[in-house]
Design a protein around this ligand. Structure first.
Ligand code: PHE
Length: 445
């Protein structure tokens, strides 16, 4: 049972902190670049608005009414078959799969903050070899920063909802907005800005393959932290009377804003300095540092604050990835918060070490299947399959299993005449869309 409650602003910041993460600043730009820009961005935006909003409200409602860990929430709210429905709470465990690669990327980011102080690569070739050198033979550097990540995340979570999570977000989120906002404004002064706008907003549907489509929908879930209990677990600590609709809209607004601003900024810099948007996951770790080098002293400064912002964004999300499982062991097994934080922390830490190994020259052949290594499988499958699946389960649960009167009591006063549209959406439109995504993912393999 949750005893500590977020303050109103604390909840908004914490949930926004969860949503705004590597997904917005690292993943979104490289995926948009890889899948051709506009059409990908359009599918992502439509999914965020049509499905994302409805599912976020659904997930918040379950947390708000359940007031507990994910398993107990489903159990409490299912009028019949409680024992069966509690397994819907298993979605919280997707977080460990995400965290295993997420923490590794945080380790890269921390490493890049430190190197930004001194050496930036002077050419793409050099940047590439630095980055792939880190992946293939820089096991210990990654291991070191993974350890730092483990310590930070565990320490925050061990301090609890108010003293740890809320405090962290109240400090880091405003700083993050300041940095990204400032860098975006700087980017608008470049002539390549309009090129970046065209790239992001002019859809070319010939580029929209099944993989691009599935990735865009999966990304909408990933970026909003939906389908794995993060928003649900935070919502269990919502204050009575805080508006679920307004909170969802604000979180989605901030999340989309950061993705768009970060994307426009990155593509402006890329076009201005002759980089290519389609560099893949190395985009911010390869192309960007070279551009910062070309900018001279300003570049060094920009590089430092950019990677700091990325670290802030990522750590606030990482905390929300681990909290649901911690909550689970506290509620269901009676563990103390500190014990739960350390044990779950160790779990993702060890898993993270295996993920690091999956990209090293020595071990990659053992940890690669079907052309994807462990890192890339975890990234792809969690976003494209597990999160939409979590969303599907929640929409069916709230749409068909929970008594309508219980749902209506909370949301009708907030949504007014839109209640029926939302209810129809989560009963029919969202589940069908999500099933299409899941089926096309499975058949594309
Ligand atoms: N939303 C986070 C991001 O965009 C990632 C995340 C996914 C966090 C799922 C929590 C739950 O980086």
């Amino acid at each position: 049972m949750q005893i500590a409650r977020f303050s109103k602003i604390g909840f908004i910041m914490a949930a926004t902190g969860s949503a705004v993460g590597l997904g917005n600043i690292w993943k979104f730009p490289y995926q948009a670049g890889k899948y051709g820009g506009g059409a990908f961005v359009l599918v992502y935006l439509i999914t965020v608005l049509v499905v994302g909003f409805s599912i976020m409200l659904t997930e918040m409602l379950i947390g708000y009414l359940g007031r507990s860990d994910t398993f107990s929430n489903f159990e409490k709210l299912a009028p019949r078959h409680k024992a069966k429905w509690r397994y819907a709470g298993m979605q919280a465990f997707s977080s460990i799969l995400i965290m295993a690669f997420y923490a590794v990327v945080i380790a890269w980011v921390l490493n890049y903050i430190v190197t930004s102080f001194s050496l930036l690569p002077s050419s793409v070739a050099q940047a590439k070899s630095t980055f792939s050198g880190m992946l293939q033979s820089g096991f210990f550097v990654q291991f070191f920063y993974l350890t730092v990540t483990f310590v930070i995340v565990t320490a925050v979570i061990a301090r609890g909802i108010k003293g740890g999570i809320e405090k962290l977000n109240l400090v880091l989120m405003p700083l993050l907005f300041l940095i990204i906002g400032g860098m975006f404004l700087y980017a608008t002064t470049f002539s390549a800005f309009s090129h970046a706008v065209t790239f992001m907003f002019r859809p070319d549907f010939t580029k929209l393959t099944t993989t691009a489509f599935v990735t865009a929908v999966g990304h909408a879930f990933f970026t909003l932290s939906l389908g794995m209990g993060a928003i649900m677990t935070y919502s269990a600590s919502l204050q009575k009377g805080q508006s679920l609709v307004k909170s969802s809209l604000l979180i989605i607004f901030f999340d989309t804003l950061v993705a768009i601003l970060a994307g426009l900024m990155l593509f402006t810099f890329l076009y201005q300095y002759g980089g290519k948007p389609s560099a893949g996951p190395g985009l911010v770790f390869i192309s960007l540092p070279v551009i910062f080098y070309q900018m001279g002293n300003v570049g060094n400064f920009l590089s430092i604050i950019f990677f700091i912002a990325l670290a802030f964004a990522a750590i606030t999300s990482a905390v929300s990835l681990v909290e649901p499982t911690v909550q689970y062991f506290m509620d269901r097994n009676g563990w103390k918060r500190t014990k739960a934080s350390v044990i779950i922390g160790l779990f993702f830490y060890i898993f993270g070490i295996v993920v690091i190994m999956s990209q090293t020259i020595h071990f990659s052949s053992y940890l690669t299947w079907g052309g994807r290594n462990l890192f890339s499988w975890l990234d792809y499958l969690t976003a494209a399959l597990l999160l939409p699946l979590g969303g599907l389960v929640m929409s069916i649960f709230v749409g068909f299993i929970m008594p309508k009167s219980q749902v209506e009591k909370v949301l009708r006063p907030e949504l007014g005449f839109l209640f029926n549209a939302w209810y129809f959406n989560i009963r029919y439109i969202a589940p069908i869309l999500l099933m299409v995504v899941i089926v096309s993912l499975l058949s594309a393999q």
